[in-house]
Structure formats: structure tokens, C-alpha cells
Design a protein around this ligand. Structure first.
Ligand SMILES: Nc1ncnc2c1ncn2[C@@H]1O[C@H](COP(=O)(O)OP(=O)(O)OP(=O)(O)O)[C@@H](O)[C@H]1O
Length: 757
């Protein structure tokens, strides 16, 4: 049995690969109604158009456009309906085929069983009505003859068998549904995760991309298996809606016939046609039964009052923009209260009241316990009031009285069983109509989230080379030659560049030390050199270029480039896992081999540390982001022993991180270390530098085989480098050897050196 399809990590292929492999069509922009109808428009643009809202300016002339918060419901207006149809045209069939393709047999069985499940209540009602009828005859006639009683017992036994069969059916159907559901959920989650991991930092820093991923995530999370995961609607819920439709139709049939014939003949009565004396009144009576639901359905198109909730059977509300903002704030505050790394700052700065206040204001507004005056008044409209009357004020419920009319009309002419059957059917009918209305509301919003899911899959990482221009990185075995020409870099959302016209050359095998003042742009430069960020496009005045071994870095795929580089980041990750994993992730191929991990750790001066840990490489490290030996995360547990977790000091963590960087040092052409020794004592600092020197030389010939770039504030290290770059205000102001820079009369490097050494 195949439950999960094979999906290779870097492949975007799918059972219906076309849609998921469409390229991302550049920057999203505003589109018009008619535009959205054209099939050439990308899904991304259609999705983006659905979240644009026009707000009229103060004078009533200018219409400002802004984007809805991710997760906010779309209004049910003509534009959104047409956008929803466009999304459905482009995705729905693909989605169904894709999900059906995961488990064709089980999914077909699921659809069939769900339809059958829909008509089971009708049979249940019929069977129980027969028992009631028989009981009525026995009691009213006083005929307790064994034949009569025997028939009653047979009916009861038949009902017991039916109930047993129904529960067996339910068990099998639920089991099948669980398997189908789990495989669908696994699949969409995997696709979402795979795409997130594919995307690079420049792509992820785009706000629109973040929003589309957020809504895509909502779609993925709607595959909960409960049918009302996030107040959303997954394709599997569509199958459930089929069941509601089947139940609705069967109950309608019952209602139509049960009121005029005895329950034992209601099917034949229905098919006999409207020939008897009650037939004329059936349709208006059905109308009376359905009137409350019809009004609720109409109300679902009206706007909602601010901070009022839909009364869907699931109890879930769809967030308005204001609610989504509050929900995000409440969630942020909740996470802060739960996160261990914040604990020290919360205590030190006395943040508890601020966190609690911010959370409670946001949460109260979400729960409708507190509504701001402005929001309340601006949201009260005639439509919203009418909706409230029809849904929240239960006006429609009063009309339920009408449903009892048939009781009075037919009570003297029909059997007890028929009346019970009628009553059950009315309840069941209303429940199903209501759940279908709620499903409709959720389905409408879900279309946009489904659009977001597919749109997210079309995003291509921005750092990937243009098709046809890509070249493979060729290692020379002598290190990496780096030539930066007029490089600038501006952070997204910032108006001023952080790096300005940076130019320098490092020959293969050389060591460059970058020094400078805080905030001058050293780490930013390292991210550009590591191809985490892309430098600004060349302007008419400058021809910005970054050449690696004389090749434009934009022509090399980042994944290919990264295989030849190793780095220590200034802010490195500390994983709540074993030492082995913390170090081993530096070179995944060697993750499970002790020797390379121990060797890298020994070079980074972490050998003694690992030997001193209770379980060596298998010791679990605890990283709540603070100096661990000093602050135990849970003083009542005695963390280090009972929990089997070990805290480390800042310097010890740094050694672990250096070990991680050294894991790949053998195969790398470039070692880039940002503040590698900031937490280390003087001896350790010297050792690390010696180790870097030895790693970079061929053990036989002694020649340099790697290029090294070190960013540091420790100028004693700089002295030993081949070249030094002094960074100030986002650019290199001095470049040369230690001696050259020291000999300059007005050298800032020289004054910094004298101040620190
Ligand atoms: N994510 C960001 N978004 C916008 N601006 C940023 C971001 N990160 C850094 N900057 C800006 O870039 C400037 C340079 O930061 P960078 O981290 O490169 O400095 P640095 O020289 O490494 O500093 P330090 O010596 O303190 O580590 C900072 O002044 C900061 O204002």
C-alpha cells in the first residue's frame, strides 16, 4: 500500500506538476477586474488582487489602496467572486487530481462511503418509525397476541442489527478517512516546507512573499482532519459537504412523503406522486421548514458587525483585518511569555505587566469582551444590523414555529412513526442546511488560501542564476579569488545603502581581516560574500560586480557555491540537541561519524569540553540563549543531571560553533569567520588562529589551499593577516598590510590598533 508519494528534496515535481512548476512572474502589482479574468495573469497576481482594499481619502477623492492582513476574510463582492472563479479555474482540478493521485482507491472509497453515510440517517429514522408504528398499533388496539409482539421484537432486533452494521461501517469509514487524510496532510505540509526551505533570504524578506506564505500556511493547517481546523475549508471538507447534500436530499424526500402516508409506505407514497388530498400543501410547507435557513443564507452575504462572530456549527470565526492584527499581537505576547530566552530580560526590565496588558487588551478584543468605540461605530451599517438580527438575534429561529404546522394539519391522519420521522427529518434538514451555509462561507475564503498555496509554489528564489547563464563553480585547489567591484547593498525597506561602493581583491589562498567600528557594515559584507544577500543592481554610474575565481557570482547557483564555503556566523544557531548534532550539521555527510566530529572539535579547542560532558558527543545541550552554566533554565529540576541536559557558557558555545564551521573546512575553498573569538580567552584566541593557519595549508607542500576572511574587533589577529580592510560607514577606507596601514600618518586603523593592543 502506498500512502505517501516519493518527493525528492530538491524536485518540485508532483502528480500534476504543471501548476507547481510555473515560474514566479516577478513583482506582484495591482490588477484590474478585467485583467484578473485573463488566463495569462499569474495566480500570484490574482491572489494579490483579492487582498487589496480601497479606502476613500478624507476629501472623498483619492482612493488609497492597502493590503488586508494575511488571514483576513475577503468580502463577498463581484470582484472577489470573479477572482475566486479565476483561482478555481487554475487550481481546483489540479488540487483534486493531486490529492486523489496520492491514494486513488482509498479516496474513491472515501467519497463513496461519505455519500452512503449521508443517507444512513434517513434509514435510521425510517427503521425507528416502523418500531414506533408497531408499538402504537399494539398499544391502541390492545392486541398483545404473540404474532403481533413477535413482529415488534423482530423489528427491534432488525434495528439492533442495523445499528451494529452502522457502527462497523463507521469504524471502517473513519479508518479509511484517517489514512487518506493523513497522507493528504503530510503531502501539503511537505510541499509547503520544501518550498520554504528552497527560498532564499532576499525572497523571504519581501513582504508580499511573506504574506502569501502565511496564507498558504493557513491552507495547509486546514488539513486537520476535524473539518474545522482553522475555521477554514480543506478539499477534504468538500467531501463532507457531499455527505451533507446527500443527507439533505434524503431528508427532503422523507419530509415530502412522511406527512401523508404511513411510515411503512413512505417511499412508495413519495413515488406515487401528488395525487392524494394533502399534496397541494406540501411545497409551501417545505418552504416554511426551510425559511429560517434561507434567511441565514441570505444573511451570510451581509457585512458583519465589528467583533461579532459567525454562528457556524464549528464555532470558529473568520477574522476581520482588525481582529487579525489583534490576534497577531496577542500571539506575539503569548510567545514572549512562554519563551525561555526572554526570561532574564522580562525579569530584569520588569516586562511582565507590559506583556500581560498588551496580551489582555488584544485578547479581549478578539473574544469580543472589549470593543473600541471607533471600531464599533464605523462598523455599524444597515446590512450589518440586519445580519445580526437574522443570525445573532435568532429572529429566524422564531420562524421555526412554522415548521410545526404539518403536525397540526396531519396529526389526526398520520401515524406516530410518521410524525417522529417528520420531526427528526426537520431537525436533520435544518442542521445540514446550516452546516452547508457555514461551509459555503469557509469555502469562499479557502479558495483564496488555496490560491496562496499554489501561488507560493510558483515563487522562485531570487538568487538563482538566470536560466541559460548558470555556470558551475570550479575549484582550483588553491583557495578562492574574490574581487569586489563597486559593491553596494541596501536592506529591504531601507532608503540608504548600508554598503557603499566597496571594492577590494583577495587573491586565492590569502587571509583578509576585516576590522572597523560597530555598525560599519562588516557583517553585511560577509552576508554578501557568502551569497546570503544579493548586492544592489549596478547603477548607470557604477558597474557593480562580485567575481569569484574571475566568474560573476550571479552566474553560480547559491547551493553550488555554498558547497565550497564554510562560515561561522556572528549570531550562530544553538540547537537543543546533542553535541554530535550541533557540530555534525556543519557537514551532514559526516554527521554520524565520530572521527570527523571529534577532529573538528579538537581543532576548535572543544575536545576537552566534549570529554568532560557526561555522555560525550551524545550529551544533550540546553540552549535557552543565555550563559547556561550560570543560569539554570529550571532551578527546581537541577537541569544538568535530572533532565540529562547540559548548559554551556558563551565561550563553550562558541567553540561548538567553530567546530561546526571546521567540519567542512577540508573541502571548502573559503573560510569566512565573523567574530570567531569574541567569547574566547586569550590562549584560545591564539589557538584558533593557529588552527586556521594549519587547516589552510597543504600538509605536504605547506602551500595555502584556502582563502580566509576573518571579521574581528581583536586587532592582534589582524597583524598576522596578508591584508587588512578597515571599514567605516559602509565602505573600505583603508586596505593593505598591517605595516602599510601602520606607517600611514592619518590611519584610523593605526589609531584603533594602538587603542586596543
Ligand atoms: N536587517 C537589517 N535591516 C536593516 N538594516 C540593518 C539590518 N541589519 C543591519 N542593518 C544596518 O546595517 C548596519 C551595519 O550592520 P552590520 O551588522 O553589518 O555592522 P557590523 O559592522 O558588523 O557591526 P558590529 O561590529 O557591531 O558587528 C547597521 O548600522 C544597521 O543599521
Amino acid at each position: 500500500m502506498r500512502i505517501f508519494p516519493p518527493t525528492p528534496f530538491n524536485s518540485m515535481s508532483s502528480p500534476s506538476g504543471d501548476l507547481l512548476s510555473k515560474p514566479f512572474l516577478g513583482e506582484p502589482h495591482v490588477i484590474s477586474d478585467s485583467h484578473a479574468q485573463q488566463s495569462a495573469v499569474s495566480l500570484f497576481e490574482v491572489w494579490n488582487a483579492s487582498r487589496q482594499t480601497a479606502v476613500t481619502g478624507e476629501e472623498g477623492k483619492d482612493a488609497n489602496h492597502y493590503h488586508l492582513q494575511p488571514g483576513s476574510p475577503r468580502k463577498c463582492n463581484l470582484l472577489n467572486i470573479s477572482l475566486a472563479i479565476t483561482i478555481l479555474q487554475q487550481t481546483f482540478l489540479d488540487m483534486l487530481l493531486l490529492l486523489w493521485g496520492l491514494n486513488p482507491v482509498r479516496t474513491t472509497v472515501l467519497i463513496f462511503l461519505t455519500l452512503v453515510r449521508g443517507v444512513l440517517p434517513a434509514f435510521r429514522g425510517y427503521s425507528q418509525a416502523l418500531i414506533l408504528d408497531e408499538l402504537q398499533v399494539v398499544v391502541t388496539s390492545g392486541d398483545y397476541a404473540s404474532a403481533r409482539l413477535g413482529r415488534l421484537v423482530r423489528l427491534i432486533l432488525r434495528e439492533c442489527c442495523r445499528m451494529l452494521a452502522e457502527s462497523l461501517f463507521d469504524t471502517f469509514a473513519n479508518h479509511n478517512e484517517n489514512i487518506v487524510h493523513s497522507s493528504m496532510r503530510f503531502y501539503v505540509e511537505q510541499r509547503q516546507l520544501e518550498q520554504r526551505l528552497r527560498l532564499d533570504v532576499p525572497t523571504l524578506s519581501d513582504l508580499t512573499v511573506r504574506d502569501v506564505l502565511h496564507e498558504s500556511d493557513l491552507f495547509v493547517r486546514s488539513f486537520t482532519g476535524l473539518g474545522f481546523g482553522f475555521g477554514l475549508f480543506s478539499p477534504l471538507d468538500l467531501v463532507r459537504a457531499l455527505s451533507s447534500v446527500a443527507e439533505l436530499v434524503s431528508q427532503l424526500i422523507i419530509l415530502y412523503s412522511a406527512s401523508r402516508v404511513s411510515s411503512s409506505a413512505f417511499f412508495t407514497g413519495f413515488f406515487a406522486g401528488p395525487s392524494d388530498n394533502h399534496s397541494v400543501t406540501h411545497l409551501p410547507l417545505l418552504g416554511a421548514v426551510l425559511l429560517p435557513s434561507l434567511l441565514s443564507f441570505i444573511a451570510s452575504f451581509l457585512p458583519r458587525l465589528p467583533f461579532s462572530y459567525t454562528n457556524c456549527s464549528t464555532g470558529d470565526a473568520l477574522y476581520s483585518s482588525a481582529e487579525a492584527r489583534e490576534a497577531e499581537r496577542a500571539e506575539r505576547m503569548r510567545s514572549m511569555a512562554h519563551a525561555e530566552p526572554f526570561r532574564a530580560e522580562i525579569a530584569l526590565f520588569g516586562l511582565a505587566p507590559w506583556i500581560l496588558d498588551s496580551w489582555s487588551v488584544a485578547r479581549k478584543r478578539i473574544l469580543g469582551l472589549e470593543v473600541q468605540q471607533g471600531d464599533l461605530y464605523s462598523g455599524i451599517t444597515l446590512g450589518a444590523g440586519l445580519r445580526w438580527l437574522l443570525t445573532q438575534a435568532n429572529v429566524s429561529e422564531m420562524l421555526v414555529l412554522l415548521q410545526n404546522l404539518p403536525f397540526f394539519i396531519y396529526s389526526s391522519t398520520t401515524s406516530l412513526g410518521s410524525l417522529a420521522l417528520y420531526r427528526n427529518s426537520v431537525h436533520s434538514l435544518l442542521f445540514n442546511v446550516r452546516s452547508l451555509i457555514c461551509s459555503f462561507e469557509r469555502a469562499f475564503q479557502s479558495i483564496f488560501y488555496m490560491g496562496a498555496f499554489f501561488a507560493a509554489m510558483t515563487i522562485e528564489p531570487r538568487l538563482n542564476p538566470e536560466p541559460g547563464r548558470a555556470v558551475k563553480y570550479e575549484s582550483t585547489g588553491k583557495g578562492m579569488k574574490i574581487e569586489a567591484r563597486h559593491i553596494s547593498y541596501t536592506y529591504p525597506g531601507s532608503t540608504k545603502p548600508t554598503l557603499k561602493d566597496v571594492s577590494f581583491t583577495v587573491e586565492a589562498g590569502e587571509t583578509l581581516v576585516v576590522v572597523g567600528y560597530n555598525g560599519s557594515g562588516k557583517t553585511t559584507l560577509s552576508n554578501v560574500l557568502l551569497r546570503i544577500f544579493d548586492f544592489d543592481a549596478p547603477s548607470p554610474d557604477t558597474s557593480a560586480q562580485l567575481l569569484i575565481n574571475n566568474i560573476d557570482i550571479r552566474r553560480i547557483a547559491p547551493a553550488d557555491y555554498h558547497r565550497h564555503v564554510t562560515a561561522l556566523f556572528q549570531v550562530f544557531s544553538k540547537l537543543n540537541t546533542t553535541v554530535r548534532e550541533n557540530v555534525g550539521i556543519g557537514e551532514l555527510r559526516s554527521q554520524f561519524r565520530d572521527h570527523p566530529i571529534r577532529e573538528a572539535a579538537a581543532r576548535a579547542g572543544a575536545g576537552r569540553l566534549i570529554n568532560s560532558l557526561p555522555r560525550g558527543l551524545d550529551t544533550n545541550l540546553d540552549c535557552v540563549g543565555l550563559g547556561m552554566n550560570a543560569i539554570n533554565p529550571n532551578p527546581f529540576m537541577g537541569g544538568n543531571s535530572d533532565s540529562g541536559r547540559q548548559g554551556l557558557s558563551g565561550g563553550e558555545w562558541q567553540r561548538v560553533a567553530i567546530s561546526r564551521a571546521f567540519m567542512r573546512a577540508q573541502s571548502a575553498d573559503l573560510l569566512l569567520l565573523d567574530e570567531p573569538t569574541s567569547h574566547l580567552d586569550a590562549h584560545a584566541q591564539n589557538n584558533v588562529f593557529e588552527t586556521i593557519e594549519s587547516i589552510c595549508r597543504d600538509p605536504v607542500t605547506g602551500k595555502r589551499t584556502k582563502t580566509v576572511i576573518i571579521i574581528t574587533h581583536q586587532l592582534s589577529i589582524a597583524k598576522r593577516a596578508d591584508k587588512i580592510a578597515m571599514f567605516e560607514n559602509g565602505t573600505i577606507t583603508e586596505f593593505g598590510t598591517h605595516e602599510e596601514l601602520m606607517s600611514r600618518a592619518d590611519s584610523h586603523y593605526a589609531s584603533l590598533y594602538r587603542a586596543t593592543v
